[in-house]
Design a protein around this ligand. Structure first.
Ligand SMILES: [Zn+2]
Length: 268
């Protein structure tokens, strides 16, 4: 089996996780910028984090033979402070030329607040100005449907944004169709306790098609399973999916989306 982990917060994982992922067939990992489990006190904390994502973490992954890519932003959870967000967005362009940066993400909404919306618009403008791919986080549980609609409208209102160059992550049964109908890609996050289980993700593939859908484990500092994608592939086998079909979803789909930036080198 070979697969790509298109959304993994590796800075919060151990080297054992890297070893296990590569052993399971992981061919490359992509790490969106995220909340650190605490609010950073200034722009300097983000500067250091962006150095970690673009310099230190790729070297750590390389020790396991694993190519590492990343996305940059100030995540929605820390976007309530618009002044801080402006400062952070101001330092991002100096990192965009680094070889492992795929685009802007994971941007989006957390509580669907007015300040988060303003910061989302600033990120979309940044991505459009620098012709970057976009990876979007959608809110949890009861805020998800409303937040997804708000995000889709922000993206639609900027005529420079090409829908197929945006992936909306953490979709579930009630948001997948909305996202796909707008021409975007959709991501499903496999969590043991919330978001989507492997079995539910496969139901979603079988219902909505697999053309513009991918799966990820998120594997962050909270309860999460770094091998959730290959575990879901085992479930696909049980449902009589062919090896080719499984490969096209867990390996081919992330490559098709990310190859829209020349920075991404297909591991094949
Ligand atoms: Zn994430």
């Amino acid at each position: 089996m070979r697969y790509i982990e298109p959304h993994g917060h590796m800075v919060s994982r151990t080297t054992d996780d890297y070893r296990d992922m590569v052993t399971a067939g992981c061919a490359c990992v992509c790490e969106p910028a995220f909340w650190a489990g605490y609010d950073r006190s200034s722009v300097h904390g983000f500067y250091d984090y962006f150095c970690q994502l673009t310099d230190y973490e790729p070297k750590r992954a390389a020790k396991f033979g694993l190519p590492h890519y990343c996305w940059l932003c100030i995540n929605p959870k820390e976007s309530e402070d618009v002044g801080l967000a402006k400062d952070v967005i101001g330092i991002i362009p100096q990192f965009l030329d680094r070889p492992n940066v795929l685009g802007i993400g994971e941007i989006g909404l957390n509580k669907n607040s007015r300040n988060e919306m303003q910061v989302l618009e600033m990120h979309v403008d940044l991505a459009a100005n620098h012709n970057q791919l976009i990876l979007v986080h959608t809110p949890h549980l009861e805020d998800k449907l409303k937040g997804t609609r708000l995000i889709l409208d922000v993206l639609k209102s900027d005529s420079r944004i090409q829908p197929e160059r945006v992936i909306i992550d953490h979709v579930e049964e009630h948001t997948a169709q909305l996202v796909l109908d707008r021409g975007h890609w959709a991501g499903m996050t496999l969590y043991p306790e919330s978001k989507c289980t492997g079995a539910r993700a496969i139901d979603i593939f079988e219902r909505f098609g697999s053309e513009r859908l991918w799966m990820n484990s998120a594997c962050d500092w909270g309860v999460s399973v770094p091998l959730a994608v290959p575990h879901a592939a085992l479930e696909m086998r049980k449902r009589q999916w062919t090896a080719e079909k499984i490969d096209s979803v867990i390996y081919g789909n992330p490559i098709r989306f990310m190859s829209q930036t020349p920075k991404f080198k297909s591991p094949a």
